[in-house]
Design a protein around this ligand. Structure first.
Ligand SMILES: [Zn+2]
Length: 161
């Protein structure tokens, strides 16, 4: 029985990858993008998405928050071996024992923010350096009997991994 591919949190990234599991070795479908929201009054961008009200204290107000895809690439701001369960907005299943992963904090220059994410499989701290360009890709957080949970990951641009 095929597992359903389900975003670990709805609305935080493009869900082009949702649907039947691709055949082993098949190219992943669609460009993968993180989704945030942008305030129409002050242009501040929020990730995780903020749909209720603009959190910019200097916002003139009366803005509308609209969904925007975030930059597909950013630069490594910091990274670490994830030997502990990271805080929100990093998403993980508290019911599953924490497995160490490489975590990367990526600076998105256009949005003026740093986004935390797991490195793609095979990318370790030895493959990374501060300032290195990385891109966001879809990845698998975990699987259970009937669901493949999808998340976002970062990997160096140029295919070091
Ligand atoms: Zn605003």
């Amino acid at each position: 029985m095929a597992r359903t591919r389900t975003p670990v949190v709805s609305g935080w990234f493009t869900e082009d990858t949702a649907g039947p599991e691709p055949a082993p070795g098949a190219a992943p479908p669609g460009p993968f993008r993180l989704l945030g929201t942008r305030c129409s009054a002050c242009t501040a961008v929020f990730f995780p998405r903020e749909d209720a009200f603009c959190r910019n204290p200097r916002c003139p107000g009366d803005g509308v928050l609209a969904e925007v895809p975030l930059s597909p690439r950013g630069r490594v701001w910091s990274y670490t071996d994830g030997r502990y369960r990271p805080p929100a907005p990093y998403v993980s299943d508290p019911g599953v024992p924490w497995e160490p992963y490489t975590l990367i904090a990526v600076e998105l220059e256009a949005e003026g923010m740093v986004v935390l994410g797991q490195a793609a499989p095979g990318v370790g701290v030895g493959d990374l350096s501060v300032g290195m360009e990385v891109e966001v890709v879809g990845g698998v957080l975990g699987e259970d009997a009937d669901t493949t949970w999808l998340t976002w990951q970062f990997k160096p641009v140029g295919g070091a991994a």
